[in-house]
Write a protein that binds this ligand. Structure first.
Ligand code: ADP
Ligand code: ZN
Length: 756
């Protein structure tokens, strides 16, 4: 391997020149094979292949494991570990091989890479890749219907008009699925069932449903000059068939989606697969419809609301290559693509790409890793790219593609600060006089307004006026949030809930409970009081739990069926509301503060994205930013629109403090039910930290939310220079620790995004 300064397990190493290793080098034929199981184990286990079963690396096999039969994957043998392996006769035998395409060599390499990088057991990463149980079960047979060969004479007597239509249609002799035939004939499924009973239609088994195939040039848009130029560069990146990362940095409404669809089209035309990763919530915003309009067929979807059977189908179709384009949340990265040619990460700055539980990984970064392993282009798109991506663009690792104007020709909305210290709302109210005036003006013009507050529920704190009792979660260090709409107090960390009591549980006084501070429901209450004639809608994840409801509410807003929308961050992401011309931020300061090094960056992204919802169509938009800190750099950046100045400052600060991407971070989170035990173990962990120059071990310190779900938590933060091999250091550290006892848990978070 070529010399470079990057440790092998770093993202930087992806950009170092490398030799090309053949992936599927032929292995010596042996009847003893290593199998990786999707459980919390790093090691593979050796099994013997009995006569009559062939299984190459990647094959899905069932093996005896403990007392169970388990599904696993034949892994790649390491050449020299045969020497000390157990003699073949002592090994258990593989039970069966599944009739599925093998897990591709690239996917196996990806498992190994992620496991090494995140310090997770390989089995847990493999589990991510097997995220569709139904893919491993035989597909249930599908039946269609066709007209019987010899139509019984009796059939003719009972012909309702519906039945006649069905028979006429089926007269062509083709086999159709029941729903398809019912729909085509415009009858209910009962009519079809009736004809089956009569023997007029017969059921026949049909093969699995085929994925519709997107067509590259189905509806090609006319691009403006800068769009066309950018599309050209991206098409060339697809044609080059090698690893590159492009940062598509375009203001909201500039047509980023339209433009990267051209890269998608190129990849489809080349017969290769495409993955478009989106934050879960953005998948609701009509993206799928937009895809279908452009390519004439839907993409395969992969996210939390896709049903089990469909997951299995998509998994298999990714493996066979039948699924040409997959649009999905971060876990779509782990599908067994047969020939992936392009990855797009839209809204690349979005925090939801980071997975926090089990295998903690940053989906955007892992997309870049996957691109590098597969030697394919990656496109990261955003109107507010992450600091990490900006730095990579500035130092030339990423190709920086910019779209500086909106397709509609409108300017970005002007944002006016509202200093809450001067322009204060009345007590118990949250809209300043200026903001009220602007809502009135918008209502008078028949235009839509959005009031944004990134806080669910009615009020973040409830207390008793008589005795001062505050409602706290019994299992977490957190206040209970009142959700007045549901009449409950909820913990946002563990899901604990209780009905709002009529008496104070502490002093038994009645009618003394008061809500402190606003949530969206409380703002909505104020709006309804002030503007009783206006049509208002609240958009908050707890009020619209299903994607279907959410889609419907978004569609209502798009159609202009609401005058005032009150929403949490759910409204910020990628939605296109043509009638929306005014955005009011209720509390711009909410995301600042705390120990999170990315707090300013995130606030900037969120506020910019929210104000960017205004004026996307014909009419220009404007924004109002209520804040107690008008001189704060984030507020200044939002108001002045001077993003570069903000970036310079933020990047300078990261560099000075050796924070990402100029330094590397890892968090060790130690938790358990007993505080003294956790604290003692955490101190012991810290004492075991190996000596290393320029590595800082900070803590242990109590986590800001010290108790979650009854578990006490303490954190150790590791800070190292960028070139430092953090993983090797951590492996040495963890290797020297005594075995973890009882209910203690030690969780490693490489590149942490959550500091709570
Ligand atoms: P972004 O993702 O950058 O916010 P979009 O791709 O959503 O922007 O585009 C914003 C709006 O402009 C969408 O309604 C889109 O259909 C429209 N648009 C952008 N470019 C074109 C184009 N070349 N032709 C037609 N409509 C376009
Ligand atoms: Zn709780």
């Amino acid at each position: 391997m070529a010399h470079n300064d990057s440790p092998p397990d770093s993202l930087d190493s992806l950009f170092a020149p490398q030799g090309t290793g053949a992936l599927d080098a032929a292995l010596p034929r042996r009847r003893c094979i290593p199998v990786l199981l999707p459980v919390a184990l790093d090691a593979t286990y050796d099994y013997v292949l009995p006569d009559g079963i062939e299984a190459e690396p990647g094959a899905f096999v069932t093996v005896p494991f403990g007392r169970q039969e388990r599904l696993g994957v034949v892994w790649d043998a390491v050449p020299d570990d045969e020497a000390d392996s157990i003699p073949e006769r002592k090994l258990k035998a593989v039970t069966s091989r599944l009739d599925l395409p093998p897990l591709p060599a690239l996917s196996r390499k990806f498992v190994d890479w992620i496991a090494r990088y995140t310090l997770s057991p390989r089995g847990m990463v493999l589990r991510l890749m097997m995220g569709a149980a139904s893919a491993f079960e035989p597909e249930p047979p599908r039946f269609g219907v066709r007209l019987v060969d010899a139509l019984p004479a009796s059939a003719a007597n009972r012909l309702t008009p519906g039945r006649r239509r069905v028979i006429e249609l089926a007269g062509d002799g083709l086999v159709r699925s029941r729903p398809a035939l019912a729909q085509e004939a415009g009858v209910s499924s009962a009519v079809i069932d009736g004809l089956i009973k009569l023997g007029t239609l017969v059921e026949v088994e049909i093969g699995p449903r085929r994925m519709p195939q997107p067509v590259a040039d189905y509806a090609v848009p006319e691009l403006n000059d800068s769009q066309a130029e950018t599309a050209h560069v991206m098409r060339a990146a697809v044609d080059a068939r090698n690893f590159s990362v492009s940062l598509l940095d375009g203001i909201t409404g500039s047509g980023k989606t339209e433009v990267y669809f051209e890269a998608v089209a190129r990849c489809i035309a080349a017969g290769r697969q495409v993955l478009v990763m989106l934050p879960e919530i953005a998948l609701t915003s009509g993206f799928a419809d937009r895809f279908k309009a452009r390519f004439g067929a839907p993409a395969a979807e992969w996210h939390s609301t896709v049903g089990q059977a469909e997951r299995g189908r998509v998994w298999r179709a990714a493996a066979t290559g039948e699924a040409r384009v997959v649009i999905g949340a971060r876990s779509a990265l782990f599908l067994p693509y047969q020939d992936l040619g392009l990855i797009i990460v839209d809204e690349e700055h979005d925090g939801s790409f980071k997975q926090e539980d089990r295998v903690t990984y940053q989906g955007r970064d892992m997309a870049v890793v996957r691109g590098s392993l597969g030697n394919i282009p990656v496109i990261l798109a955003s109107a507010t790219p992450s600091i990490e991506s900006h730095v990579n663009a500035r130092n030339g690792r990423y190709r920086h593609l910019r779209l500086l104007s909106r397709f509609s020709g409108n300017a970005l909305p002007d944002v006016t600060p509202i200093d809450l210290r001067v322009d204060a709302p009345e007590p118990g109210k949250w809209l300043s006089p200026t903001l009220v005036r602007e809502v009135v003006a918008n209502l008078a013009n028949g235009e839509q307004s959005l009031l944004f507050l990134n806080r669910r529920g009615y009020a973040p704190l409830t207390l008793c006026r008589a005795c001062g009792h505050r409602f706290q979660c019994p299992q977490c260090t957190a206040w209970l949030v009142e959700h007045r709409f549901r009449g409950r107090l909820n913990c946002h960390h563990c899901g604990f809930t209780l009905p709002v009591p009529d008496k104070c549980p502490s002093c038994q006084a009645a009618g003394t409970l008061v809500a402190c501070g606003p949530g969206v429901e409380r703002v909505a209450e104020e709006v309804k009081q002030r503007f009783p004639q206006a049509r208002t809608l609240i958009l908050s994840s707890d009020l619209t739990p299903s994607m279907k409801d959410l889609r419907e509410i978004l569609a209502m807003i798009t159609r202009g069926e609401a005058d005032i929308v009150i929403g949490t961050q759910i409204v910020a992401k990628g939605h296109n509301f043509p009638g929306l011309t005014m955005v009011g931020i209720i509390d711009g300061d909410l995301g600042l503060g705390g120990a999170d090094p990315r707090a300013a960056e995130r606030s900037f992204q969120l506020l910019h994205q929210v104000t960017g919802r205004a004026g996307r169509a014909e009419k220009p938009g404007r924004g109002y930013l209520q804040t107690h800190l008008p001189e704060h750099p984030v507020m200044q950046a939002i108001v002045s629109g001077d993003r570069e100045a903000f970036l310079d400052r933020e990047i300078g600060m990261r560099q000075a403090a050796m924070l990402p991407p100029y330094g590397r971070l890892a968090a060790l989170i130690i938790s358990g039910s007993k505080k003294p035990v956790v604290e003692e173990f955490a101190r012991l962990v810290a004492r075991h930290a190996p000596e290393a120059r320029r590595v800082e071990v900070l803590g242990p310190a109590e986590a800001p939310i010290a108790v979650v779900r009854g578990r006490y938590r303490t954190r150790i933060l590791l800070k190292a220079p960028k070139e430092f091999d953090l993983q090797t250091y951590l492996r040495a550290w963890l290797g020297g620790l005594p075995k973890i006892q009882g209910d203690l848990r030690l969780q490693i978070d490489i590149d942490p995004y959550n500091f709570l």
